[in-house]
Write a protein that binds this ligand. Structure first.
Ligand code: ADP
Ligand code: MG
Ligand code: MG
Length: 199
């Protein structure tokens, strides 16, 4: 079972890796974006970690809902509402229990990813965060380490794609040959799950 501490560890592990990788995320957002993805998420996850400490929500659902709300109010840009929706929708799907099974979590995360696709209109292959999140959710039944590997592979596989959503799509064919920053940060988010699980 996954308890509130697991979800807190997930968020703090992600905040730490986003902090470590912020420069790389911003560098990826430079050729096909506006060079702010790392700083956007760094600001967002710093706020998430601070809010979790201050408000100390006690259930998995409440932790993710609070985290999502923080991302929406602090990140801005395209990725803030999208990541905020991902965590809020996942948290809402988890509901009130103090512990959830890995299966329940996998279902909830799928609902979160579906909400991101509805909000942003992106499908797999459009060179967005969806290209890391969908393979991760598909692999989650095989464990957190499998989800992490699938997300990393999905992020790498965005390089040859042409962007069809977001800022990078304005570049048309010139978006080809660059790894998508949002898919890369999504791989960090999923890696945070494996870290929280001690894998
Ligand atoms: P902005 O483009 O507003 O500066 P960020 O740089 O923080 O926002 O985030 C860019 C990332 O957001 C992209 O790399 C992409 O993965 C993701 N993204 C942008 N638009 C969409 C969308 N419509 N659906 C899903 N993800 C998207
Ligand atoms: Mg940007
Ligand atoms: Mg921006």
């Amino acid at each position: 079972m996954l308890d509130a501490d697991f979800f807190r560890r997930w968020m703090t592990a992600t905040a730490a890796s986003v902090d470590r990788e912020a420069e790389r995320l911003t560098a990826l957002d430079s050729p096909i974006g506006d060079a702010d993805h790392g700083s956007n998420l760094q600001r967002g996850f710093t706020a998430v970690a601070a809010a979790l400490e201050k408000e100390a929500p006690q259930t998995p659902g409440a932790i993710l809902t609070l985290a999502g709300r923080q991302l929406i109010s602090t990140v801005g840009g395209a990725s803030g509402p999208l990541y905020g929706t991902l965590l809020r929708r996942t948290g809402k799907a988890l509901g009130d229990p103090g512990e959830v099974s890995e299966d329940q979590f996998a279902q909830a995360l799928r609902a979160g990813v579906d909400a991101v696709m509805t909000l942003g209109g992106a499908a797999p292959g459009d060179k967005t965060m969806i290209d890391a999140l969908v393979p991760a959710v598909d692999a989650l039944g095989d464990g957190f380490a499998a989800a992490r590997a699938a997300a990393e592979e999905g992020a790498l596989a965005t390089t040859p794609l042409q962007a069809r959503k977001g800022r990078a799509s304005y570049l048309g064919e010139r978006s080809i040959g660059h790894q998508d920053p949002g898919a890369t940060s999504s791989a960090l988010l999923i890696a945070g799950l494996a870290e929280a699980a001690g894998e």
